[in-house]
Each structure stands twice: as C-alpha cells, then as structure tokens.
Design a protein. Sequence first.
Length: 302
Amino acid sequence: MKNALQHIRAFLAVVHRGNFARAADDLHLSPSALTVQIRQLEGWLGISLLERSPRHVELTAAGREALPAMEKLLLDFANIVNAGQGLAALRRGVVSVAALPSLCSSALPECLAVFRGEFPGIEVRLRDVVADRICELVRDGDVDFGLGVRPRMVHGLDFQTLMQDRLCLFVPIGHPLADGTLTLADLDDQPMILTGRDSSVRVQIEQVFQLGGLALRPVLEANYMSTVLALVRNGLGIALLPESADDGDPRLVRRHLSEPGLARELGVITRQGYGLSPAALRLVECLEELSNAEPVPDKTRP
C-alpha cells in the first residue's frame, strides 16, 4: 500500500478527465501503466471503482461513494505538505522561548527585531522567568528552547554557550565607589540591593561573597533588574548585576571588577534527544550571529 496516494491520484485523474488516455497524458504515464494502478487500487479496496468502455469511463456506485473521501484525503495531504514546506521555508510558524529577565531587557530584543524583519511570518512567544524555571519549561517541552545560565542540574538538557556575562557594580553618580580603584573587598558590608532569592544572579552573588569571606548586607530586594537599577539610581543602595542589565542610564555608573567568580556563561538550553524546528534553529543562529558581533565600545568607567 506504499503507493496508495499515487494510485488515488491516478483514479481521480481518470474521473476528472473521463478518459484513460488523457489522464495518462496528464500523469506522464502510459495508458497501460495507469490501468495497472487503477486495478491495484481496486484490489486493495476490494471494490470496483470504474465502469470501462472503449470510449467512456463512468464511476460505479462504490466509486461514487468513495470519490469524496479520496478527494478529501489528497487535499488534506496537500495541506500537510504545504504547511511543512512553509515551516521549512520559514514562512510561518511559532517559536516559544524561555529566557532570563536580564536577557529579555537587553540583548534579546535586538535579536528579535532582526529576526522579525527577516521572517515576519514567524511568531515568537517569549517567557521571561528565572533560571530554574527555564530548565523546567525546557524539560517539560513547554518551550522550544531556553536562554539562560548553564543548568546546575543538567540531566535531560543540553547547553550551548552563546556569550560570557559578567557581574558589575552599579552605583549612582557621586557615590564614593564611583571612582578610584575597586575590588570585591570594597563591597564588604555595603548596603546591597539584591534580586530575588530564586534568581541565578542572587545565587552567584551569595557564592562570591561567601568565598571571599565578605559580609553581604541586603537592604532591599526586587524581582526585576530594572527595579533594582531604579532603586540604585535613587540612592537606596548599590547592586551587583550582570553587565547585560545596563540600560545606559547616565545617572548610574557601572564599575568592572577583575576578581574571579564574577563571570557566567549564557547560552541555549535544549532537551536532549529533541531537534529544533527550522524556525527555532534560525532564531538560535540569529542569537549566535549577534553574540559573535563586535562589541559596542564600553563608555562606562573602568
């Protein structure tokens, strides 16, 4: 039955043309080959589909009953093929992504703008969530892929590094730490504004302070990095945040620290053993292209 669709197409051609010779010409077959296909189809179905005469072809009663279902079958198959070709050609489709809030407010929008310009028919559904939640969504198949830090629990997941992101100190202009030399030791017992306890940034900061034997003094906590930056801007404390969180606000100073432990890998998180759709693959390629582009010169203070 592997040639069933081909034989159904041959049957419909005979019905629509009303003649074996004309149908055979349309299908680029010999009349005898076409006759063989129709007989094989009738044999598979166990019914006679056509009444044949030297000059005319008519449907049998069984043929008339089977005709609508066969036409629908070929139409449905054509729609499936068109949909698949549309996805392969990136004309339409949906890509769902779970990403860290810091990426959603920095590098990712630029990539999505480029992607939308190139593939306007592809819908991107974005979920900005914390690192552990990204891994859950990827494992459960609720999103095509995730964008975040290297998973702590890698079972069932693959990770492809895209870029390095580094924690920097953000202070308001005029703050004592806005100028001069700076080390992690200068942050000992300073009033810190932190992200939520379930964020990957909070975990990294706590580890850095613990390893350095420094006192971490939280004064405020907020879920979103944009909120943390607003609190810093208003003099309510200082913050260690990823470099990618910088919104370019001239009222803030971003300071780099050279100590180890402040860098983190950001990349694509996928389910092991599952391939990505053509649209999702192209979005990942777009992210790779942007991450490999020349960085914008840093205009903040060293």
